[in-house]
Design a protein. Structure first.
Length: 500
């Protein structure tokens, strides 16, 4: 259905794709696998008309094509679900789904009723029980991702590209998506599926294409390969995640939460109910819960994002804090790496250098009138090296980096602040296996240096790999506090689903 011949793409002298050749078959789920920076998203943006300047040839359904816009690609039958959400926040779900495809009546007036009906049907297919007139800005990241999927389903496409479609949705929603994918495959659609969750690929994918450093290194059938073989092909090395079964018990209290409550904006229902726990110095505390359990809201409350609706007490190093804003939390030594790095963690139109230094500008002040750029550049290079950030230079725009490298920059800017407590909300969302391994090692290293770290993750293997202790949330309540040596996936899931 879709063939790439010798596709080469360069950005500012850096070769992102180097003579890529591959075939995507109809009636199949074609998995595109590779580390961050391997070129996956760049290639998908060429297929979907985002990048229009490149070398090589694209053949769609037997015909050579060259799209000058995403509109042309859509008209030709290619739809894409982007890894970085591509929605207009202050429009409704219906308006986003029909943007550029609006329905009108015989008099040329928008047929809002018809559009809402079709949107409701799409949301029902995804089991998303939200009114079609809800604004995107009021949705959680996982819900927004389902709206992106609904947009793609709305277009009657021959080729549907899914770039990390499950990175922010629950297991139940993943199962719904897989059911829909199987329906589309049975209709002869070509599904292009990008994911760093290899277990997921073995469930849904028929074929794989491995990219590494902008080149095609292997293709084959999923049923003929193994997890370890894919990792070796992706990275050229074997990467293992091992849980610390004999983790030392941390005893020195660092952060203590006492009876934390959080009400929703209406002031009626409680999002968090009576949350109390202690984080110790040098401890990695994993927090697991299903979508809607209150994980992100808990992190945001600690960080001072909801002072009007929250109550309870927070103590840091024995001292009671009054956190009324993120500034208060930062000043106290508490920092947050948010779930949505693009919207909340970065200035994507700025270069790597100012993104890393933005938290400590007062330390780089020169004569009270300017920033000492030499010191700023030295600082940036230090963290680029320490975190193995792949960038052409300190002056590369952050928006031109892969998702994994963008996440490392968010980490770098907070590490420059020398915090006492690091809150990580889905720190490896959309990040490849090698980058995950590096971040896991960094988390362990920071904890060994005495930093207290709380990690929220929707991936149980990740929680088990990096945590010293696991807390489980269910519908806003703390249902379990488990030492890592006693933690199992079954035990954690049971407490995440049932309160008793």
């Amino acid at each position: 259905m879709l063939v790439a011949k010798n596709i080469t793409k360069k950005f500012s002298g850096v070769t992102a794709l180097d003579n890529i050749c591959l075939e995507l078959l109809p009636g199949k789920v074609n998995a595109i696998i590779g580390e961050n920076g391997a070129g996956k998203s760049t290639l998908m943006k060429i297929f979907s008309g985002v990048h229009t300047e490149y070398e090589g040839e694209i053949i769609l359904d037997g015909k050579t094509v060259h799209f000058s816009s995403t509109k042309e690609a859509e008209r030709a039958g290619i739809a894409i679900i982007h890894q970085e959400l591509n929605l207009v926040p202050y429009l409704t779900i219906t308006e986003n789904i029909f943007l550029g495809h609006e329905l009108t009546n015989a008099w040329g007036v928008l047929n809002k009723t018809k559009m809402q009906e079709e949107t409701r049907q799409l949301l029902d297919r995804l089991n998303l029980d939200i009114h079609p007139n809800t604004k995107i800005s009021s949705l959680k990241v996982g819900q927004q991702q389902l709206v992106e999927i609904a947009k793609a389903l709305h277009v009657d496409a021959k080729v549907i590209i899914m770039d990390e479609p499950t990175s922010a949705i629950s297991d139940k929603e993943v199962n719904n998506l897989f059911t829909i994918i199987n329906e589309l495959v049975s209709q002869g659609k070509t599904i292009v599926y990008i994911s760093h969750k290899l277990n997921e690929l073995f469930q849904i994918a028929d074929r794989f294409v491995i990219l590494r450093d902008g080149t095609t290194v292997n293709t084959g059938e999923m049923k003929t390969t193994t997890h370890d073989n894919l990792i070796q092909m992706m990275t050229g090395r074997k990467i293992l995640y091992s849980r610390d079964e004999v983790a030392e018990e941390k005893k020195d209290d660092l952060l203590r939460l006492k009876s934390i409550y959080l009400k929703n904006v209406t002031g009626s229902d409680e999002i968090l109910h009576n949350i109390s726990f202690t984080l110790h110095k040098g401890e990695v505390l994993g927090i697991y819960g299903l979508m809607g359990a209150g994980r992100t809201e808990l992190m945001e409350t600690i960080f001072g994002l909801h002072p009007r609706f929250s109550s309870g007490e927070i103590f840091l190093d024995g001292k009671k804090l009054k956190i009324q804003s993120p500034s208060d939390a930062i000043d106290a030594g508490i920092v947050l790496v948010p779930e949505d790095r693009k919207l909340q963690g970065l200035c994507t139109s700025l270069a790597v250098r100012p993104n890393i230094s933005i938290t400590i500008l007062e330390q780089l002040d020169r004569w009270g009138i300017m920033i000492n750029k030499k010191r700023e550049t030295t600082l940036s290079k230090q963290y680029i090296q320490q975190l193995a950030i792949k960038t052409f230079s300190t002056e590369t725009l952050v928006k031109n980096l892969s998702g994994g490298n963008q996440q490392k920059i968010v980490l770098a800017k907070w590490l420059a602040k020398k915090p006492m407590v690091l809150l990580l909300d889905e720190p490896t969302r959309g990040i490849d296996i090698n980058a995950k391994s590096e971040i896991y090692k960094l988390i362990k290293q920071l904890a060994a240096e005495g930093l207290g770290i709380i990690v929220v993750s929707s991936e149980l293997p990740e929680i088990l790999a990096i945590s010293d202790r696991v807390l489980v949330l269910c519908e806003g309540e703390l249902t379990a506090n488990i030492p890592i040596k006693e933690a199992t996936e079954a035990a954690i899931l049971k407490m995440a689903i049932h309160k008793n």
